[in-house]
Write a protein that binds this ligand. Structure first.
Ligand code: TYD
Ligand code: MG
Length: 462
């Protein structure tokens, strides 16, 4: 069909259709057709042309002979962001910053660009959602350097590329990738085809011009619908900005990073003047920890950084079958496993009780080291007795619980114990294989741990 620039390709079977249909005529799957830009067929015949053997052939060399000039990273002036990026933005790289609407993506990128601008870097803020005047209003709230950032209110990919080409900024933020659309494709902005096409074009320009580009993308609750997820394989890094909108704490973590570790986490707080870095999140979370029944302090690791959080549990008798298991901030399956292990290995049976477990402060813990804290909080909530010595500080612990009731080693026991020590939480209850760490009271099994936290003699420094 001459004059048509796009076609619809089934993501399942590769069937090509000229118009969108809900069901693929090739394989019969629903909702698999994605608008794709048509590539011009090669002149001179069908199929893959066989090249002449000697011309145009690249000669691969061993990696040690590949030139890799050391690149200077662009530091954003926001320490928590730089840490998650692995030391700053890499020129020519493409970073996807995902998060639900209203979480603070525009605020974070606006602040970063302001700092870069003040440090003498050329920057560009492409806004497809807000007018330049609206962007200015936010910059006024942020104050200072944010007002030096030049905005471009534009939704056409071609226009954005033109400006990038002409301005050649060091860093460019595109807020958001879902608002961009390219000419020649009929799909609405934000559809899978449009998002992929726009990101592909921007990436090509970023690599060529050496511009570090941050693509902002909205993630829906399901995390999928034509969202930034389709870009994950394309970009160099994926950062996720999380938190509850009603709470002020936000965490920034890397899901993918070609230039650094994915384990780092940055913690922020949303205030009137923008996002403020929380350099010592443990202090915030432990300060709020209570000595109530069902509360336990967990010595967690967020990447290479120890973090103390409070795990809270509530156990309430119920006649509902099956009883409710509600987990906030921890994995639901992990909770089910711990409830089962408790019942078999020295803990209470919670078969006739509703169970609620919550990581206080709106955080999320995704490591096995949280098991023991969850188990102890549950046992304490069930008995209605606080953990540890009655006159002592809140109980702190860590350790993975195995299916046979044993306590298993988790990484960095010494850092976890040291962090607890900073706040006067000692001794820390942990697995036996971590023995030898100062301030650690080691226990081999969950049953032993449960015994050691009861009664007046509970967990005094040995
Ligand atoms: P925003 O960065 O626009 O979120 P996103 O781009 O992820 O959709 O801002 C989110 C919220 O933060 C917004 O509802 C208002 C609030 N906010 C503050 O509390 N303080 C501030 O200084 C700014 C700029 C925003
Ligand atoms: Mg925004």
């Amino acid at each position: 069909m001459p004059g048509r620039e796009s076609e619809f390709v089934c993501q399942g079977c590769g069937h090509v259709a000229l118009a969108w249909t809900g069901r693929c005529p090739g394989c019969g799957e629903w909702n698999t057709l994605v608008e794709t830009r048509r590539r011009e067929p090669r002149k001179g015949g069908r199929g893959v042309r066989r090249p002449a053997p000697t011309r145009n052939a690249a000669r691969p060399v061993p990696l040690r002979e590949v030139e890799a000039p050391a690149v200077d990273r662009l530091t954003t002036g926001i320490a928590e962001l730089d840490r998650v990026l692995g030391g700053g933005l890499v020129p020519g790289s493409l970073i996807l910053l995902g998060g639900s609407p209203g979480i603070g993506k525009s605020t974070l990128t606006g602040m970063a660009l302001g700092n870069l601008c003040a440090a003498g870097r050329s920057v560009l803020y492409v806004s497809g959602e807000e007018s330049a005047a609206q962007v200015r209003l936010r910059a006024e709230r942020l104050g200072g350097d944010a007002l030096g950032v030049p905005p471009l209110a534009e939704t056409s990919v071609e226009a954005v590329l033109g400006t990038l080409e002409a301005e050649r900024p060091d860093v460019c933020v595109i807020d958001s990738i879902q608002t961009l659309s390219t000419e020649g494709m009929t799909g609405a902005p934000g559809s899978v085809g449009q998002v992929r096409e726009a990101a592909g074009a921007v990436m090509e320009a970023a690599k060529r011009l050496g511009t570090a580009v941050v693509l902002v993308g909205h993630v829906t609750k399901e995390g999928s619908v034509a969202g930034p997820r389709v870009l994950e394989h394309l970009v160099d890094g994926v950062l996720l900005f999380e938190g509850e909108r009603e709470r002020s704490f936000r965490t920034l973590r890397a899901l993918k990073n070609r230039f650094g570790a994915t384990s780092e986490v940055g913690v922020f707080e949303m205030r009137a003047g923008g996002l403020v870095e929380v350099a010592d999140p443990s202090a915030r979370f432990v300060g709020e920890a209570s000595r109530a029944a069902g509360s336990c302090v967990l010595c967690a690791m967020e990447g290479t950084r120890p973090l103390l959080v409070e795990v809270q549990a509530l156990v309430a008798p119920t006649e509902i079958v099956p009883p409710r298991r509600v987990a906030t901030g921890i994995d639901r399956n992990r909770l089910a496993m711990i409830i089962a292990v408790l019942a078999r290995h020295g803990g209470p049976s919670l078969a006739a009780a509703d169970v609620f477990v919550n990581v206080a402060g709106g955080g999320r813990v995704d490591e096995p080291g949280a098991d023991l804290a969850i188990a102890l909080a549950l046992a304490s909530a069930h008995r209605g007795e606080p953990l540890g010595a009655p006159d002592g500080p809140p109980l702190a612990c860590f350790g993975e619980v195995g299916l046979t009731g044993e306590l298993r080693f988790v990484a960095h026991p010494e850092r976890r114990v040291a962090e607890a020590g900073k706040f006067g939480l000692a001794p820390v209850l942990g697995p036996e294989s971590a023995e030898g760490v100062d301030g650690l009271k080691s226990t081999a099994t969950l049953a032993a741990a449960l015994r050691s936290v009861r009664g007046p003699g509970a967990l005094r420094a040995a």
